[in-house]
Ligand binder design. Sequence first.
Ligand code: IPE
Ligand code: IPE
Ligand code: MG
Ligand code: MG
Ligand code: MG
Length: 376
Amino acid sequence: MSWHHMPCCEAAAPATRGIAALGARTVRVRRHRGGSPVRDKDMNNMQTGSTPQDDRTGDSVLGGLGAQAHGASGGLLPVWMHDGANRVEHVLARVLCAEHDGETGLMAAMRYATLQGGKRTRALLCLAAGTLAGAPAHMLEDVGAAIEMMHACTLVHDDLPAMDDDVLRRGLPTVHVKFGEATAILVGDALQAHAFLTLASLDAPGDSRIALVRELAQAVSAEGAAGGQAKDLSLVGKHVELDRIVAMHQMKSGALVRASVRMGALCAVADNAAHAALYCALDHYSACFGLALQVIDDILDVTADTATLGKTPGKDAAAQKPTCASIMGLQAARQFALDLLRDAAESIAPLGPRAERLAQLLKRANAYLFKHAPCA
Ligand code: IPE
Ligand code: IPE
Ligand code: MG
Ligand code: MG
Ligand code: MG
């Protein structure tokens, strides 16, 4: 029984359904618990960020994670993250081949949008989940590259004057600033097409390729990122309840994060019921993580500087966007993000050491939050 043939499992629910109660559930989660469910033995390689002040917040699991990230310093990523990102970038460079550029320079603009930085979180989630599930590395690298192309497409379009009108992305002028608005629109279109081409060209059975295409398409559909972006624009200037912000975040960015994990697991051949529990754990992990990433993004838009973000800070307030930070206040939003990361950690804790890489990605996000949005 594979994931895409598993109608009874919560993990098979559409990306925006099972999570409907997540915001409320997570807001309610207990504030003070002892003991980290996340193994800490590899913390010596983690990107660091917490401060002694953070350690005194006393929020067990994530305070603990931050403290250990800080204590083990070095500022380096775990080797697998570094190698995984490099391997995915090699696929990107091959797929977006400069030699195929015609006189228009469209491919050069696509390479600019895709190959110039980025934390590669979604590709790494795909690699970590897929490796855990037993998928072949070469397939995960191709799928990770497809996901990163789709992610880059959403960023290029998000930055357009008609959307967020941003001039800086990944520390560089945005694609429309550098190449013009028409080219930026076409870059997004073509990146999306190349993402699906990459999945369709995988050396894998037809039903696996179809399942992967469906996952990615659903994640950016009207029920996913595109729908979430429409909600984002429709809420400008409005004061709305938190649950509407959460629903928007789950769609506009959470759905692709969730798909990244699901697609990694889909690359594995899974024929027994034991995998049902794995998929459910992964799905909850990715739903929590995806929402946390956007909440953190909202917070850092307020607290971080241009050099840290590689984009212009303060844009959400300037554009009158309701965000978790503006609705909840910075400290409550920060706690919300920590709760979500902790929930994600707890959902994979029963998987034991094989979920270590997924845990490390949580720790990286946690350290990033501690470093750039320290506790008041
Ligand atoms: C930015 O995503 C947009 C959001 C969904 C918050 P990332 O923060 O993952 O951006 P890159 O890929 O590292 O640039
Ligand atoms: C956009 O959210 C999420 C996407 C679907 C790209 P934001 O608009 O907050 O992302 P940034 O801050 O520009 O990266
Ligand atoms: Mg936006
Ligand atoms: Mg934006
Ligand atoms: Mg943002």
